[in-house]
Design a binder for this molecule. Sequence first.
Ligand code: RFL
Ligand code: PHB
Length: 390
Amino acid sequence: MNTQVAIIGAGPAGLLLSHLLHLRGIESVVLESRTRADIESTIRAGVLEQGTMDILNEAGVGVRMRSEGALHHGIELAFGGKRHRIDLSELTGRAITVYAQHEVIKDLVAVRVAADAQLLFEVSDVSLHAIDSEQPSVRFKHGGEPQQLKADFVIGCDGFHGIARATIPDISRRDYQRIYPFGWFGILVESAQSSDELIYAQHDRGFALVSTRSPMVQRHYFQCDPKDEVANWSDDRIWSELHTRLENRDGWKLKEGKIFQKNIIGMRSFVSTPMQHGRLFLAGDSAHIVPPTGAKGMNLAVADVRLLSIALDEFYKKGQQDQLDTYTETALKRIWRAEHFSWWMTSLLHRFEDASPFQKELQRAELEYVISSRAASTVLAENYVGLPFV
Ligand code: RFL
Ligand code: PHB
């Protein structure tokens, strides 16, 4: 099998890249280890930056997002017994949309399938070869049969646990990492919305977040021990923890409902550089991870593949590879900004077991500043809605 661009992974990065390349007349094959049903139902991100919405709209895959997603013009920060609104639109002229990642995945799979794309599910034993040469290849098994795919480029969109990053020799790679001493307990609930906007709460017992998926399905999180187990958390215990962390003196109440999914996720910041080795390029979680507090992970994946689609277009149309050569440098500017923002939001809102009384006062002073200074609110708002693309 031959193609122009071999893409490993059908997450938001891989699927969107394949679609953007198709719109520019560039052929690709996407190899995914899981089933279509699995990728279309895995619960992950919810917040799309304005720039992400623009890209999906321009690429013709924004129809359901526009009708079923919810446009949010603000978020709330809750601490010290009160809620404080950050007016994203007033401060930045931009907004965010809450639309589940697996719905974006469904929209992208549908548009690729409609274009008769080569999108192979349930592949196994994927390995990359000759990435230093002008004709790299990918070996894998599909339906039990060994296959080889030759391409001009291989793009690793295979997430944090994929194989692409590990193909770059250790000696050429530098990884930066911070693992946080807490995780998030996430639930999906059948209930009406408790709040029109997302609530990020800082509390002595730990962080909590009120988010949503649709008018009748809500998504909430609370900070927990990353080694804790879902089985330790009865529904009653979960609600009691969420009520304590979220409800304050203004009489607002979190609505309860049937909890139909529970999971615990770890939190890490991670960047691997460079994002290119020969004809292999990395995009999305395969190259970087942020803690979810800033809601940046999927948005960064989208920003990476936007750059790659432009650079590959320049290569095929003009025979120039300047933008491919500067991909790492250009992408990393946005990535490190988002890394900083995600780390800062995490530090601002979580309980750190080893925090001294001095550090706790600093955290409180920072929160007060963020809600009382227009300049500080704007810093949060412009990062949250997403900085413009360069
Ligand atoms: P993905 O989504 O992990 O997709 C990688 C795909 O590659 C496949 N794969 C392989 N395929 C073939 N061969 C192999 N050897 C393979 N190894 C792996 C996998 O099966 C998978 O289908 O990476 P991608 O495309 O880079 O997308 C990244 C995003 O998924 C991620 O950053 C976001 O989900 C992060 N995130 C959020 N991002 C936002 O922008 N806004 C949010 O509100 C937000 N909230 C979140 C989040 C992530 C969360 N979790 C669960 C970590 C909330 C949570 C709870
Ligand atoms: C979500 O709805 O899953 C969500 C929202 C905001 C975040 C992280 C996750 O910061």
